[in-house]
Structures are given as C-alpha cells and as structure tokens.
Write a protein that binds this ligand. Structure first.
Ligand SMILES: C[S@@+](CC[C@H](N)C(=O)[O-])C[C@H]1O[C@@H](n2cnc3c(N)ncnc32)[C@H](O)[C@@H]1O
Length: 291
C-alpha cells in the first residue's frame, strides 16, 4: 500500500462504533469567533456555548494539556508544559519543517506555533487524540496537519523534516534501534531529533525489559543512558547533545477529573519510592541527536 492508501484506510477508523458519534459531533462543531494565547496553559476565549463543555467531556480522557476554554479548565493528567519548559531553550524552529511523532492531542505542536516554524505535522495513530486535536484546533485554526500514522510510517516521508520530536515513543517499540533508523530517514540534511525516553540509573550497558512497568504492558526496553547512547550510535547518529534528565513526579502526572481510571500515584508503591512492580521510579532523559 502506498501512503495515500494507508491514510484512506485509517480515515475509516472514525466509522468505528465507539468513535463515530464523537467524530460527528466534532465535525459539526462550529466556533464563531475566538482568541487564543499559548503559555503553560493554552487559553481560548470564545462565545459562551454549552456544547463546548459537553464535547470536552465526551472527548475524555485528556492525557496531555492543560487547555482552558472560557472558564472550562481541561486539567489533563499530564502537565505537559513541564516537559516543554525542559526542552524549549534548546529549540530553534524558525522557518523549519517540523514533525511531532506520537503527538497525542497536539499540546506540544500548539506550543511550537510560538516559534514560527514553516510547517508542523503530527503523527499519532489514535483516533480519539486526533479528535481532541481537531476540537482544540477548531478554535485555534492553525495549519498543523495531523495524520493517523505512526513512527513506522516516517520512511514514507524521506528527507522532509528539519526537526523531528520523538517524545515518549521509544520504550513502546519492540526494536528501538530500528525505530531510531526509521526516524532518521525523515530528516533533511542537517536535521535533528528531539528524543525523550525512559531510562534507568547505572553505568552498565544494560536495559530493563519488564513484562509491566508502572502498570504499562506496552513497554519493551528501558536502557541505561550508556545503552541508549550505544543504540543511537548503532543507528548511525554522530552527534548527541544532552538536554536534561528528570524523574516524573505526581505533580507532573496525576489523576484529575479529566481522565477516568488511575494515574502515577496508583502506579507506584505505598511510599512512592519504587514502581508498583518494584522497579526504579520513572526517569526520563531529553536529548538532541543528529546524523
Ligand atoms: C507516552 S505518549 C507521548 C505523547 C507526547 N509525545 C508527549 O511526549 O507528551 C505516547 C503517544 O504515542 C502514540 N503512539 C502509539 N503508537 C504509536 C506509533 N506506532 N507511532 C507513534 N506514536 C504512537 C500514542 O497514541 C500516544 O499519544
């Protein structure tokens, strides 16, 4: 299948039983006038309309954010600005073609608008997060393109992007070195990748490969920083810039009324010193890498 056929097939996901009513509501939703301002909270001011709250609630769970529409504060599970504030000093997106792979509802892409890129594209194979994006973008009316694709589709977009954000995706992939090679294919000459992934402490060249980690089943490998650097080298990158590393806290990821079910506090042990499975607390590293 070529990429147009893949995209056409995926458009049919909006016809699934649980997503179709949401899709129809979001598509018919009209916003007469609006103002928005980006900052840690993405704030939108528009005419009062009871449909806004109704639709925002239908679109739960809101993992990334926060967003504020008039007085409705969509207090997402993650305070995504903590990550954005960690990396933003290392970015220059002016007039660049950007891809955010695993973009979720686009919170970080809306923040990128502040930096005047030439284009922004988001890939995420989640119909629900795509609809959250469409809902927020119906106020913001940006030119951001959202595609229901995954990291594995980047090779269809060879040499198209100056900067690719790949945040919170690597540990979900069965073959992390192959994933790094796929992402590299999307880069133009002198392009760069902003990588954010889970690591474990230690100087050894090893990786944890748990059945579950902080209750997540879709996790394959969590390397030490040294092992991550080895993977990056094996994927034929030659520059690594260390941006920072930080433990995820229950201030950054926590249960709010905008998600159903559990959050980080339920994924850790009683004293919050280990994950519920007894592994180290979630630690993330942020890197800028170049071929
Ligand atoms: C842990 S979240 C990270 C979201 C965001 N990048 C951030 O850093 O806050 C992982 C995201 O990857 C998406 N995802 C799932 N499968 C994917 C794939 N094959 N390629 C890219 N993203 C994928 C999920 O839908 C989810 O939005």
């Amino acid at each position: 299948m070529n990429i147009q056929e893949i995209l056409k097939e995926r458009q049919k996901w909006f016809e699934w039983k649980n997503i179709k009513p949401l899709y129809e509501e979001v598509m018919k939703f009209q916003v007469p006038s609006y103002k928005f301002k980006t900052g840690d909270i993405i704030e939108i001011k528009t005419e009062e309309n009871p449909e806004i709250l109704e639709l925002a609630k239908m679109l739960k769970p809101w993992r990334k954010g926060p967003f504020k529409i008039n007085d409705i504060f969509i207090d997402s599970e993650w305070k995504s600005y903590i990550k954005w504030n960690t990396i933003k000093k290392f970015l220059n997106l002016e007039n660049k073609d950007i891809l955010d792979v695993g973009c979720n509802n686009g919170y970080h892409m809306f923040r990128m608008l502040e930096m005047n890129p030439k284009s922004i594209t988001g890939f995420d194979p989640s119909a629900l997060f795509n609809l959250q994006f469409e809902f927020i973008n119906s106020f913001i009316k940006s030119n951001i393109e959202y595609k229901l694709l995954g990291v594995e589709h980047i090779p269809y977009y060879e040499k198209k992007f100056d900067t690719i954000f790949c945040m919170g995706v690597l540990y979900h992939r069965k073959d992390p070195i192959e994933m790094l090679k796929e992402v590299k294919k999307g880069l133009k000459k002198n392009g760069e990748i902003i990588l954010d992934t889970l690591i474990i402490e230690g100087n050894e060249e090893i990786a944890l490969s748990p059945i579950r980690y902080a209750k997540m089943k879709n996790i394959y490998f969590i390397p030490t920083l040294k092992t991550l650097y080895n993977w990056i080298e094996k994927a034929k990158f030659s520059h690594i810039e260390f941006i920072g590393k930080r433990y995820t806290t229950t201030n950054e990821q926590r249960k709010t009324k905008w998600i159903e079910g559990e959050s980080l506090e339920h994924f850790l042990n009683k004293n919050q010193t280990k994950t519920i499975e007894g592994y180290e607390l979630p630690l993330r590293v942020y890197l800028k890498i170049k071929p």
